[in-house]
Design a binder for this molecule. Sequence first.
Ligand code: ZN
Length: 523
Amino acid sequence: MPFQHAADHTCAPQPQRRLLALLPALMLGAASLAGAAELSVADAERHAQGTYREYFEFLSLPNDAISPEDIRKNVDWAEQAFRKRGFKTQQLANNGKPMLYAELANSDAARKTVLFYMHLDGQPVIPTQWAQKSPWTPVLKRKTAQGGWEEIDSAQLFSGPLDPEWRVFGRASADDKGPIMMMLATIDALKARGEQPAVNVKVILDSEEEKGSPSISQVMQANRELLRTDAIVIHDGPMHATNLPTLIFGNRGAADAKLTVYGAKVPLHSGHYGNYAPNPAQRLANLLASMKNDQGKVTVPGYYDHVKISQADRKIMAAVPDDQAALQRRLGIAHADKVGANYQEAMQYPSLNVRGMASAAVGDKVANIVPDKAEAELDLRTTPDSSAAYLGKRIEEHIVRQGYHLVKGAPTDEERSRYDKLATFSYQSEGADAAGSPIDSAVGKWAYKSLTDSFGASPAPVRIRMMGGTVPTAEIVGVLQVPFAIIPLVNADNNQHAANENLRMGNYVNGVRTIHSLLTHPL
Ligand SMILES: [Zn+2]
């Protein structure tokens, strides 16, 4: 902190010294206007440590949403934990698997409101794959010299000095009970410091995120008034691999598509009919080749027409510290596709991906035949501006332009006699749409300032405009229609969804610092 240094500096001339001496007061004044001073690492660690027993208790409750009874135990537990910290709570009905709503008391109409989304359910477990007694019995581990993990006495976690490299292993330790606990520890810190939050705090804990949040939209719709907010923050998923503070502003959606090209009515002898009966496998290959070039760019007209990326966004994406050389080595590819200038930019475009192709005679079925049909399974990653319906329509038009007549299912004899090229094309959304929020929205700027105030501007927080994979953000934010930011808090190597899921304890502490900073900056 430069001002402390300046205030101690006694050799400055008198007037300058007076001015410098005033600086701490001025800066503190500014800080208290903004809400409060940032939480020091030591303070965050102390308040984090104060919640570690509860964290272990929470992790010992099985939370696979296949069991409504287990979910209810988790909701009851979380309700108590929020209540005892001064939250008003309500269980939101959801087919026997309630979600929890919690609102910090003393909300003020003069302040903006932020709804924090987290989830208390977890992925199913296969206990035998875990290197501990049970995925529901959390354990503390430290890294061995050989790079493995050894269990140590978890009592060390509850009192005494902490090591940020220690990790707690257990189902949902990172995804997503860790962030819920970081929120609770942050509230403890606010109370201990006598701070008022600079935003009104609402929390919703989903109970079926790992099942794709099938009912979050309905629950949000049914409780629209209660959940009314100016912004949504989602604490879920892993941080950037560098473990730098991370902000994510959207994700692609997913759709399935299937393309079948028809040949003769039955498979034919390739000696007697080769050069005579058109080959549908060959035609399918040609058709697919007409859709995408060797550089990976989709050549279907209009496919990328809705993609708009500003210069400012391009700069932010280029600044993401992805190690692309290492990535390409890991993947075993000499060059990436040329869709975007870098990994991040490539994720901003809708994709057209061939998942697989099949025709009559491959593998153990190989025979000298001309197949009767050939099929390709595709998936389309969608973006907020390029929906499954938009992309599907562009592909359909393209197929027709290549001379195909589209049929629904196997063609009739009449269709066979009339049309040379016959195909079936179908597509449907996988139920998860794309979502996006501008990086420079009020919530984007607020989150960025909060993170740079607490963690510094260099290196800057990682800002991801849109991540490639699909998570249910659209379902979460769709009903309330407000800007959002995904602010992940857990280490990228947390084995999320797999065996030996874990949370790095340094991330728990930094999570408390992050949420504290968000809560004490006005939106
Ligand atoms: Zn999650």
